[in-house]
Design a protein around this ligand. Structure first.
Ligand code: XMP
Length: 497
């Protein structure tokens, strides 16, 4: 989140592991360091630390939360464990108005805290910039050495003026101009792709999603006809989606696309399978098989384009023991290459999702592709609870089309981030005309979210919910009841599976 905010402020940044030595960083001539927070305590024996040479490097730096405590410890301050940790909102009283860090912020503001330890005696050369009721050193600085620390979290939405504080550090302290722009990224990315690939042949699996579409378009700008894209229609896409995306790839993005109709193959493999993880594995494997068969038909391919994003790169660098638990295996065109003998071209590996969308717009991709909702790789198969059949696919596809049509047409603020229909195996009694029905329950899910990691259910207007419900029961055969999902994530996930 800190990195995203920093880039939003026009400063390019990368995340490196905390134990990266200065000798590795120095050759890259960093303009500034931001030391992030973390769940540990600096007071325990083997607390994660940084190379002291970073602290004495003379590069401007700011420590946030644990980062500030780490700086304080390195520089000889005294820290204590608080009797009661300080979590959540607190009122920050700015003590030093003249500091560049607090330029354009009020003397008092609400900030977000999350710490169990506190700095109680400052390191030599430092002064206190701000305090809260429970935390006497909520911000500190040694302006001569350009070392700053904040105990609160400027990167979170709940901290007032957090963005300004971060901007002040970048501009006023580190002297960084607002100059990280997608337009300049495009030129350097195209040069890098050309240099890497030369005159070789390249393939790319298109999923219909934003990432692979943007990656393929960028590569095709660089090397044109040397790139062949493969689009596998597994029959689990939304209504009209296969035709729409292939149309956009060919006619708007001018990609060289082979569209493979593999619908029968996937349906056969999925016959009788109800377990969600099993569905995901089957679809993932079958996808690779189809892709390999098609790739084999093109002679002399040396490279594979992948839409890997920065969060995946960061995650794969996180040590196993510290990584989160696996909740669901995610299938994307991602996991392709291990068995295949291709080099990888990952032109988006330093970008965040929002930046990929922006890049797509800069490249002139249609809004239907760039603004596309996130959609699971295994598609509608995970939105049918229980076995996947052609009939059940039709039901969920029609219901989903209604949900999207109605919500797309509604002037909602904020517009939900993702919305769809789920076909449940629940059957219940209904009455239609003069007859009793016994038919399926469809659930509607609409969420607000920033990245899908956490989500709230969207407060849709009742009139809109009514229209969605009445259209589904009237227009979709086999459905006589509609429920709206009002659970947040956590504890629920976005997809039902
Ligand atoms: P969950 O259900 O895990 O979903 O809360 C979080 C977000 O991820 C999307 N999702 C996927 N995206 N490949 C993807 O690219 C997948 O296999 C996959 N499964 C879930 C989901 O739609 C939501 O936006």
């Amino acid at each position: 989140m800190i990195a995203r905010r920093t880039r939003e402020l026009g400063a390019y940044c990368e995340i490196v592991p905390f134990d990266t030595p200065w000798s590795e960083l120095a050759p890259r001539t960093p303009a500034a360091f931001i030391l992030s927070g973390g769940p540990e305590s600096t007071l325990v024996e083997d607390a994660p630390g940084i190379d002291p040479a970073i602290v004495t490097s003379g590069v401007p730096m700011i420590g946030i939360c644990y980062g500030m405590q780490l700086l304080a410890r390195e520089l000889g301050a005294e820290l204590v464990k608080l009797d009661h940790a300080e979590y959540g909102p607190a009122t920050l009283q700015v003590a030093e108005r003249a500091t560049p860090l607090f330029q354009d912020v009020p003397g008092e503001m609400r900030v977000w805290m999350s710490h169990g330890d506190s700095v109680v005696r400052l390191p030599a050369g430092f002064s206190t910039l701000a305090a809260t009721q429970r935390c006497s050193v909520a911000a500190m600085a040694d302006p001569k050495r350009k070392i700053y620390g904040v105990q609160f979290h400027p990167e979170v939405m709940h901290t007032e003026n957090g963005r300004t504080v971060l901007r002040n550090f970048l501009r006023e302290v580190a002297g960084l101009a607002d100059e990280w722009r997608m337009e300049s990224f495009v030129d350097s990315a195209i040069d890098a792709i050309r240099a890497k690939i030369g005159s070789d042949k390249v393939i790319c699996a298109l999923s219909g999603g934003v990432d692979s579409a943007v990656a393929a378009t960028l590569v095709s700008r660089a090397i044109g006809e040397q790139l062949t894209c493969i689009f596998v229609d597994h029959g689990l896409l939304r209504k009209n989606e296969a035709e729409e995306v292939v149309g956009a790839f060919r006619d708007v993005m001018h990609l060289n696309v082979r569209a493979i109709d593999a619908r029968e193959r996937f349906l056969k493999k999925l016959a009788g399978v109800s377990d969600p993880e099993e569905k995901r594995v089957i679809i993932g494997h079958e996808f690779i098989r189809v892709f390999e068969e098609e790739a084999d038909k093109i002679a002399g391919v040396k490279w594979l384009v992948q839409g890997t994003l920065y969060p995946d790169v960061i995650e794969s660098k996180t040590p196993e023991s510290k990584a989160g638990h696996k909740i669901k295996s995610h299938h994307n065109v991602g996991g392709l290459p291990e068995k295949m003998n291709f080099g990888l071209v990952e032109p988006l590996r330093l970008l965040f999702k929002d930046e990929v969308r922006e890049l797509g717009r800069v490249l002139g991709l249609p809004e239907a592709v760039v603004g596309r909702q996130p959609f699971p790789g295994p598609g509608l198969a995970v939105r049918i609870i229980g076995a996947v059949t052609p009939e059940r696919l039709d039901v969920v596809r029609e219901a989903d089309a209604i949900v999207r049509e109605e919500i797309d047409a509604a002037p909602l603020e904020p517009h939900p981030w993702q919305y769809f229909a789920v076909l449940t195996p629940v059957q219940s009694v209904g009455v239609m005309g003069d007859g009793r029905t016994y038919a399926n329950l469809v659930a509607v899910r609409a969420i607000t979210s920033e990245d899908g990691m956490t989500a709230d259910w969207a407060r849709l207007p009742h009139a809109l919910l009514e229209r969605i419900s009445s259209r589904i029961v009237n227009e979709v055969r086999g459905v006589n009841r509609v429920a709206y999902d009002i659970t947040t994530k956590p504890p629920a996930t976005v997809e039902w599976e």
